[in-house]
Design a protein around this ligand. Structure first.
Ligand code: DER
Length: 223
């Protein structure tokens, strides 16, 4: 099975966690795009979606699925999203798609986080994938310096030679060389650095279930 087929497999498997008649929390990324395609096949059985990015909103609307703002709904039963890394406790690194802030917001308003990922995302210790951190641009230099003091190597994410600008109008710093052995403490510490909007460690908003696409099929991990 190719990686794309593994993503389609878990995107389809996630349908079983969707509660009929309800509004579904939808994340961002290529694996979630497979879930959105699957969701469209049952769009008459759901009320709509809350989306974690402009990109996902556009895809949902193009497929005839109504999209609500976070402020229009109370709690969601379920949030379906991908990850860049996921460890044995359901802690994740996210933000490869630059949507980490809205992803963490929608995850926080959802009762259950269902992570969908191909097997390559499963790690023992978080940190091999460059850690995304959304920052207020004026704070970028100091935040990068703080990470360097932790032994990291930080750089501003660029698109066509200019800093990438997120849906929220901010910049992203990617940090390599970190070993995040205590994701809960790390997330708490970095989140209170002045100028940090969101750190791409999802420990306080961990996954409850991970549907992992393996060549042998879908492995369901519960945390
Ligand atoms: O940006 C994100 O958090 C995405 O969910 C990302 O982590 C997973 O994207 P992928 O499914 O395209 O690998």
């Amino acid at each position: 099975l190719t990686q794309d087929e593994l993503k389609a497999l878990v995107g389809l498997a996630a349908l079983e966690y969707v509660v009929p008649g309800e509004i579904v929390g939808v994340g961002t990324g290529s694996t979630v795009n497979k879930f959105i395609e699957a969701l469209a096949t049952i769009k008459d059985r759901i009320r709509g979606a809350v989306s974690s990015s402009v990109a996902s909103t556009e895809r949902l609307r193009a497929l005839g699925i109504e999209v609500f703002d976070s402020n229009e709904v109370d709690e969601l039963s379920v949030y379906i999203d991908g990850a860049d890394e996921i460890d044995g406790r359901g802690f994740m690194i996210k933000g490869g798609g630059a949507a980490l802030t809205r992803e963490k917001i929608v995850a926080a308003q959802s009762r259950r986080f269902i992570c969908i990922a191909d097997a390559s995302k499963r790690v023992e210790v978080l940190g091999a994938f460059p850690l995304p951190v959304e920052v207020i641009p004026m704070a970028a230099r100091r935040v990068m310096h703080q990470f360097e003091k932790l032994g990291g190597i930080a750089q501003v994410r660029e698109r066509e030679g200019l800093p990438l600008v997120t849906d929220n109008g901010q910049h992203i710093v990617d940090v390599t060389g970190l070993k995040i052995v205590d994701p809960l403490a790390f997330e708490s510490e970095i989140s209170q650095w002045p100028g940090v909007v969101t750190v791409g460690v999802f420990a306080h908003q961990k996954a409850d279930v991970c549907l992992l696409g393996m060549p042998t099929g879908v492995q369901t991990l519960k945390f």
